[in-house]
Design a protein around this ligand. Structure first.
Ligand code: AKB
Length: 298
């Protein structure tokens, strides 16, 4: 998305291993970078002199529960290393995603407000909540223009599921297109806040390009688009694939999902910088199925 908006040669992609997506290699500069390696990050910042850093590296909820200490180290130290480097090198802006995982079992589940009881009970959620407070601190103490969104479950056709609790809603489309049935790891009536990737990209770029005086929340903004259950996404897919079947075998991820909001009040993002999603469940389903079918080997 950034390479479509800017000169692609000025957008440096970085990851800890070479990307599977060939566009990242062909579309502009790519650098191998472990975000925990401060000296390499310093070297790359000196080399490319970026104006903005989008720092996305993290372990997601289900993976971090299995590997808690590394989850904490990557999610927390990774953020602090980027914030410190941005201040040291005068990088103008930092983007860092938070998540609905900052909320916990004591949080009101429906239309979860921007400011409410948090008490997350996953390693990932604890790291995201602490990260939000660090972002606010770097803004207040160092004047760093760091901005953040609490992403709901993100659904896209370009990347495969990556260890999240909301990932069933990505996997299910792949199975439907492959003509297979799907065994869902959440119960059929578990509602979670979700968003289609084009909306997430739009929100991220809109937030980053909004005038600084409009950004009133320096922890992280609630962000919503839709809320659905496994039964509802199944029904949406069945409108296109009537023979598609789903069975339910909840595992440890059910507990994580039960501790998160079912829907989000994002009125602050709408007021402050004009957030408005484009996709609902059925529109997303039509677009996902179309793209995944086009990507299938002939
Ligand atoms: C996850 O499920 O861990 C993520 C998230 C909601 O942050 N997709």
């Amino acid at each position: 998305a950034l390479r479509q908006r800017y000169d692609p040669n000025l957008v440096v992609a970085a990851d800890v291993r070479p990307p599977k997506n060939p566009n990242l290699l062909a579309g502009g500069p790519f650098e191998l970078l472990d975000v925990l390696d401060r000296s390499r990050l310093d070297k790359l910042i000196r080399q490319y002199r970026p104006k903005q850093i989008y720092h996305l590296a993290a372990l997601l909820s289900a993976t971090a529960e299995k590997n808690p200490l590394f989850g904490w180290q990557l999610n927390m130290d990774g953020l602090l290393i980027v914030l410190e480097a941005a201040v040291a090198h005068g990088v103008a802006q930092v983007y860092w995603p938070s998540s609905i995982a900052v909320f916990g079992p004591d949080t009101p589940r429906d239309h979860t407000p921007q400011v409410t009881i948090m008490n997350p009970n996953t390693v990932y959620g604890i790291s995201k909540l602490a990260g939000e407070q660090w972002c606010e601190w770097y803004h207040r103490k160092h004047g760093l223009d760091v901005r953040s969104l609490r992403y709901p479950g993100l659904i896209g056709y370009k990347s495969l599921p990556g260890g999240g609790t909301t990932d069933y809603a990505v996997d299910i489309y792949h199975k439907a297109v492959a003509g297979e049935s799907y065994e869902c790891f959440l119960e059929e009536n578990t509602y979670l806040p979700m968003m289609y990737m084009p909306d997430a990209l739009k929100a991220t770029l809109d937030l980053m390009h909004a005038p600084a005086e409009q950004i009133k929340v320096r922890t992280s903004y609630n962000l919503g688009a839709m809320s659905f259950s496994p039964a509802e996404i199944t029904a949406s897919i069945q409108q296109h694939e009537p023979g598609f079947e789903v069975t339910y075998q909840p595992d440890g991820r059910q507990q994580i999902a039960d501790s998160w909001p079912a829907s989000i009040d994002d009125s602050k993002a709408r007021q402050d910088w004009g957030w408005q999603p484009d996709f609902d469940l059925d529109k997303m389903t039509a677009d996902m199925l179309l793209h995944l079918k086009q990507m299938q080997p002939a």
